[in-house]
Design a protein around this ligand. Structure first.
Ligand code: PSV
Ligand code: MN
Ligand code: MN
Length: 419
């Protein structure tokens, strides 16, 4: 892949755009370094073409095993220098030779982000079914099986150098009366306590919430209130994970983020976008203003607490699409997240606070929207350029016919492991 030729060809145009931005906006000191430090983890389950329950249209050249998934994330990282981590879902991806997997990832400059457990599907060799839940289940043996699985996932993560476990539970009920909410809540907390007890001292447990699906009447960890109350019971290493697609329509996600962060209980994100439900669409493709407002709260709240933007929260994508090339889709998601972050870094917080103190509602909106409507793509591209990435990653992916090369190497009819 010839990144320098590609960059050279685009350099004059890029410089023009960047100079224009600099002439329009006062770039705060250190903004480029912040953008360069910011890495977004790629989910191992998003590298194959996603599907729906109605079908799946494979695009060819998909990774057939964990090694090939790591190679794909390595490719993304080489292009954008901002996808320096991979998040594994177990048992979809089991590192059978962890030392070799770790070495391979390191060769691509990749670290292992949070490991994800799976107690929402039954595996072939499993004694007890999760049809009626896992950590909430009425049967102690089923709960135990799910607890043991989570502890095994932690062990896999330790071998890879991961530092967090993400727990997402599909537990809930489909019909009124099916579940004793109180008992389900208490059993879930008790089970989580056992998992929490197995966490290494430098690990975090992220508890993801979701309003509905696959259960359509109640979900036991159904909203941030349920997750927040549970992680508070568990202890300081347990935090809430916000997946943007897991809210009821019109939820004010940026306010949720602000409160969780203020309370010291925001663990991290699964970035995606949605129009209707948990659509897992490309980040920023439907509601880019919402993404910006979330980052606006993040920058404000993290700065207030003296947190390190790059390190103190888990930044992960959880999107996977059925009509796009998954690698192009992920490049788009990463860039959308970086754009929202860059814009949030440009907000004049003193002016915003002054306008708030003066109850100048119009000015507040002007300040935020002026930044949101600023084209910061050249700034994000400059960060990539300085790190050795491509000025236009998607264009280079296409110029170099990277998908064709993957199809040649792996075949046209490949099916990535996972969902
Ligand atoms: C559930 O919808 C979820 O967001 C969880 O994070 C799972 O781990 C992931 O999707 C599986 O695709
Ligand atoms: Mn998720
Ligand atoms: Mn989801």
């Amino acid at each position: 892949m010839n990144i320098s030729n590609h960059n050279e060809a685009l350099l004059a145009q890029h410089t023009r755009r960047l100079d224009f931005l600099k002439s329009e906006v006062n770039l705060p000191a250190g903004i480029l370094q912040k953008l360069k430090d910011f890495q977004i983890a790629i989910p191992s389950w998003a590298l194959g073409t996603g599907g729906t329950r109605f079908g799946r249209f494979s695009g060819g050249g998909e990774p057939r095993n964990l090694e090939e998934k790591i190679a794909d994330v390595g490719l993304l990282h080489a292009l954008n220098q901002s996808s320096g981590a991979i998040s594994l879902h177990i048992p979809w991806d089991i590192p059978t030779d962890p030392a070799a997997i770790r070495t391979l990832a390191a060769q691509h400059g990749l670290a292992f982000d949070a490991v994800n457990s799976n107690t929402f599907q039954d595996q072939a060799d499993q004694a007890h079914s999760y049809k009626f839940g896992s950590l909430q289940h009425v049967s102690a043996a089923t709960r135990k099986q799910a607890i043991v699985h989570n502890i095994e996932v932690i062990k896999h993560g330790v071998e890879l150098g991961s530092k967090a476990l993400t727990v997402w539970l599909s537990d809930g009920s489909c019909f009124p009366g099916q579940l004793n909410f109180r008992h389900a809540y208490e059993r879930t907390v008790d089970s989580l306590r056992e998992i929490y007890a197995a966490l290494p001292a430098d690990w975090s447990l992220y508890l993801e919430y979701k309003a509905y699906e696959p259960n359509f009447y109640s979900t036991t960890v159904g909203d941030w209130g349920a997750s927040y109350s549970m992680v508070n019971k568990l202890g300081p290493q347990a935090k809430t994970l916000v997946d943007l697609g897991h809210h009821l329509p019109n939820a004010n996600i940026e306010q949720i983020v602000s409160i969780l962060l203020m309370e010291g209980k925001l663990g991290g994100f699964h970035f995606n976008d949605s129009k209707y439900g948990d659509d897992d669409l490309t980040a920023g493709s439907i509601k880019p203003y919402q993404l910006f407002l979330i980052f606006n709260e993040l920058v404000d709240g993290m700065d207030a607490k003296g947190m390190n933007h790059a390190k103190d929260l888990g930044w992960m994508i959880d999107a996977s699409h059925n009509v796009k090339d998954p690698l192009e889709d992920l490049l788009q998601s990463v860039e959308a997240i970086q754009i929202a972050y860059a814009q949030a870094l440009l907000v004049d917080r003193k002016a915003l606070e002054a306008a708030r103190e003066a109850n100048d509602v119009v000015r507040c909106q002007e300040i935020l929207q002026a930044v949101f409507r600023t084209d910061v793509r050249a700034l994000v591209a400059q960060a990539r350029l300085e790190l050795g990435g491509a000025l236009d990653p998607i264009a280079l992916f296409r110029q170099e016919k990277l998908r064709d090369q993957l199809i040649k190497a792996r075949g046209a009819k490949t099916v990535a492991t996972g969902l």
